[in-house]
Design a protein around this ligand. Structure first.
Ligand SMILES: Nc1ncnc2c1ncn2[C@@H]1O[C@H](COP(=O)(O)OP(=O)(O)O)[C@@H](O)[C@H]1O
Ligand SMILES: CC(C)(COP(=O)(O)O)[C@@H](O)C(=O)NCCC(=O)O
Ligand SMILES: [K+]
Length: 250
């Protein structure tokens, strides 16, 4: 039994799976806040059969140290994914491969497992990322923008008159809350659709959309779309299926 951990900037997602399980076929899964010190011990207590832990952490070394300490208390040592030049059939086109967020790297690996054609891998979390994956498994590059929640908070924090908006999408907004929410959702959907344009003419091109905020703008996207829960964890499970990590870090 293995534990997969996706530590993002807002929260930590986890899943327990048998080695070799189908993508997304978890025995259990969930999420917890960074400051919820009781959550991981509870997961470990509920699944005493865990023998291997694979993780991605983009939320900083302090969180990694805390997670490592909790795991060490039950005799486990996490293999933290590093972004490398090549892994599980995906080649990393970043100028410096190690600079790529490990959650993006894992999501690309998961996407390659789910779809063999050209793919735009979109992760809507704290930040939104849209990453171009070629049909032959080359990650060409991608974009990072503030996620939906961050965009909304930025407007509320940095203006005198704008509230934290709890509005709805509208074709032509006629109140402040709807104007803000609609603007932020257009920004997200627009970035995705613009990044998809170069792929659109290629046969089998698909946008894979994951992340906690995906539901806020999925319906707006005018691209061939597949929603996937926990694509990062699927990528980590794929890496686990390749055997021991070459360079475990953390
Ligand atoms: N239960 C939830 N807890 C926290 N964020 C949530 C929840 N449900 C949806 N969200 C949205 O999802 C975003 C976090 O998504 P997630 O993919 O977990 O991000 P990250 O990987 O950056 O931690 C939040 O910014 C928020 O907009
Ligand atoms: C872009 C990110 C902040 C996304 O983090 P998330 O929204 O998943 O918490 C993260 O992947 C990251 O810190 N990346 C490092 C820089 C890069 O990928 O180029
Ligand atoms: K993200």
């Amino acid at each position: 039994m293995m534990l997969l951990i996706d530590a993002g900037n807002t929260r930590i997602k986890w899943a327990v799976a048998e080695p070799g399980a189908a993508p997304g076929d978890w025995l259990a899964h969930g999420s917890f806040a960074h400051d919820d010190g009781a959550a991981l011990p509870a997961v470990l207590a509920a699944h005493p059969g865990i023998r291997r832990v694979l993780g991605s952490n983009v939320a900083g070394p302090a969180l990694g140290v805390a997670l490592d300490a909790t795991l060490a208390a039950v005799g486990l040592r996490a293999e933290w994914l590093a972004s490398t030049a090549e892994r599980a059939g995906v080649r990393n086109g970043y100028g410096e491969p190690g600079q790529l967020g490990t959650d993006r790297w894992a999501a690309l690996i998961g996407a390659r497992r789910l779809h063999r054609g050209p793919c735009l891998v979109v992760s809507a979390g704290t930040a939104t990322t849209a990453d171009v994956l070629d049909a032959d498994g080359l990650f060409r590059g991608g974009v990072i923008l503030p996620g939906v929640g961050l965009m909304l908070r930025a407007l509320a924090r940095n203006t005198a008159q704008l509230p934290f908006a709890d509005g709805h999408f509208s074709d032509v907004p006629r109140n402040t809350a709807d104007a803000i929410v609609t603007g932020c959702l257009h920004a997200q959907a627009g970035a995705v659709e613009r990044m998809f344009r170069p792929l659109a003419e290629q046969p089998g091109a698909l946008c894979l959309l994951t992340g906690g905020a995906a539901g806020r703008f999925a319906d707006l996207l005018q691209v061939p779309l597949r929603r996937v829960d926990n694509l990062v964890l699927i990528g980590l499970a794929t890496v686990a299926g390749e055997g021991p990590q070459p360079a475990a870090m953390g």
